[in-house]
Design a protein around this ligand. Structure first.
Ligand code: NAD
Ligand code: UFG
Length: 333
C-alpha cells in the first residue's frame, strides 16, 4: 500500500512525507520543482532513513498521472499539495493559478476515478473564510468572499470536492484548512524556501534577522486588535504535517465521507508579538517600521481547532518559541 503525494518536495509536503515515512507508509511523490528543489528529496530520505518513489513531472498532465497509477498499483490514497500559493502573484497571473490549481485538481481526481482510488486529502486554507464571519473560525462559518484568485481556487476546489462526493459517496475526502504554517523540521534539513522576496511574515522576519533584508514593514498598526497589528494563527509545520496522518487515519477508519477540518492552534498572535517572540527565541534583532496596510489583509484570523481535536484526536503541540527557533535554525544552515 502506498500514498501518492503531489507537491511532496514543497514546504508542507516534505514535512508530511517525513512524518508518513516515520510511521512506515510507502510514499510516491510527483513534483515538477516549480517551487522546490531536488535536494529536498535527499534531505527527506536522510531524515527518515527510508526510500521514496519519485516522478518528476506535472500533476496537471493526465498521461503522467496515468503512468504513475499504472506503475504503482498499490496506491490507496492521494494527498494533493501541488499548486501555486502566492496571493500577490495570483492577482497578476490568474489564468496560471486557475489552471495549475483547479485544472490540476480536476485531472487528478478524474484519473483517480479511472483507477478507482477514492481517498483524497486536499490542502485548503483559512483564506476560504474570506472576511471572517466570527472569530475564532469554526468549520461551519460561512466561506466565500475571497479577495484574490489564489483564495478563489481553494474555494472552488472545495466546492468541486463537495459536488463529487454528492455524486458518488464512496469517495473518502478530507479538506484541511490550514491557518499560517511556520517553522521547519528540527533537523534544519527541510524548511520553507520562498523564491525572491518573501510575502509571508515569518520568512521575511528570518531574512531581516539574518541581514539579507534591511527591515520588516509591518503592514498597518491601526487594526482593531490588541496592538493594532494583524493577528494570525501560526502553526508549526510539523504539527500541521501530523494533522495529515490523523486525517488519513480517519479516512482509513471510516467507510466513506467528506470531512472538513481547521488545522490551527486556536491562538492568535499579532505581528508585533511575532517580532518580539522571534527576538526572544533567537537572540536576533528584527528592525521594523510601520507601513500602510496591505491590500486584501484582514485584521484577525484564528481558528477554533476543536473539531480536529475531537474527531481526529489531533492537536498542535509545538510552542511559538519552537516555531521561531526552527524557522531560524533552517535559515542559518
Ligand atoms: P510549496 O510551493 O512549497 O509546495 C508546493 C509544491 O508543489 C512545490 O514543490 C511545487 O514545485 C509543486 N508543484 C506546483 N505545481 C505543480 C505541478 N503542476 N505539478 C507538480 N508539482 C507542482 O507550497 P506549500 O507551502 O508546501 O503548500 C502546499 C499546499 O498547501 C498548497 O496547495 C498551498 O496552496 C496550501 N496552503 C499553503 C499555505 C502556506 O501558508 N504555506 C497555507 C494554506 C494552504
Ligand atoms: N505582514 C507584515 N509584513 C510582512 C508580511 C506580513 O506585517 O512583510 C503581516 C500581514 O499584514 C498579516 C500577518 O503579517 O497581518 C501575516 O501575513 P502573512 O502574509 O504571513 O499571512 P496571511 O495570513 O496574509 O496569509 C497566509 C498565506 C495565505 C493563506 C493564509 C491563511 O499567505 O496563502 O495565510 O492560511 F491563505
Amino acid at each position: 500500500m502506498s500514498i501518492l503525494v503531489t507537491g511532496g518536495a514543497g514546504y508542507i509536503g516534505s514535512h508530511t512525507v517525513v512524518e508518513l515515512l516515520n510511521i512506515g507508509e510507502e510514499i510516491i511523490i510527483i513534483d515538477n520543482f516549480s517551487n522546490s528543489k531536488p535536494s529536498t528529496l535527499e534531505s527527506i530520505k536522510e531524515i527518515a532513513k527510508k526510500e521514496i518513489r519519485f516522478y518528476e513531472g506535472d500533476y496537471t498532465n493526465k498521461e503522467t498521472l496515468e503512468k504513475i497509477f499504472e506503475e504503482n498499483k498499490d496506491i490507496t490514497a492521494v494527498i494533493n499539495f501541488a499548486g501555486y500559493k502566492s496571493v500577490g502573484e495570483s492577482v497578476q497571473k490568474p489564468l496560471e493559478y486557475y489552471t495549475n490549481n483547479i485544472s490540476g485538481a480536476l485531472i487528478l481526481l478524474k484519473t483517480m476515478q479511472k483507477y478507482n482510488i477514492k481517498k483524497f486529502i486536499f490542502s485548503s486554507s483559512a483564506t476560504v473564510y474570506g472576511e471572517p464571519e466570527r472569530i475564532p473560525l469554526t468549520e461551519e462559518c460561512k466561506t466565500g468572499g475571497t479577495t484574490n484568485p489564489y483564495g478563489t481556487t481553494k474555494l472552488y476546489i472545495e466546492q468541486i470536492l463537495k459536488d463529487l462526493y454528492k455524486s458518488d459517496n464512496s469517495w473518502d475526502i478530507a479538506i484541511l484548512r490550514y491557518f499560517n504554517p511556520v517553522g521547519a523540521h528540527e533537523s534544519g534539513k527541510i524548511g520553507e524556501e520562498p523564491q525572491g522576496i518573501p510575502n509571508n511574515l515569518m520568512p521575511y522576519i528570518v531574512r531581516v534577522a539574518g541581514g539579507q533584508l534591511e527591515q520588516l514593514s509591518i503592514f498597518g498598526n491601526d487594526y482593531n486588535t490588541k496592538d493594532g497589528t494583524g493577528v494570525r494563527d501560526y502553526i508549526h509545520v510539523v504539527d500541521l504535517a501530523k494533522g495529515h496522518l490523523k486525517a488519513l487515519e480517519k479516512l482509513n477508519k471510516e467507510k466513506s465521507g467528506l470531512y472538513i477540518y481547521n488545522l490551527g492552534t486556536g491562538t492568535g498572535y499579532s505581528v508585533l508579538e511575532m517580532v518580539k517572540a522571534f527576538e526572544k527565541a533567537t537572540g536576533q534583532k528584527v528592525p521594523y517600521k510601520i507601513a500602510p496596510r496591505r491590500e486584501g489583509d484582514i485584521a484577525t484570523c484564528y481558528s477554533n481547532p476543536e473539531k480536529a481535536q475531537r474527531e481526529l484526536n489531533w492537536k498542535a503541540e509545538k510552542t511559538l518559541e519552537e516555531m521561531c527557533k526552527d524557522s531560524w535554525n533552517y535559515w542559518k544552515f
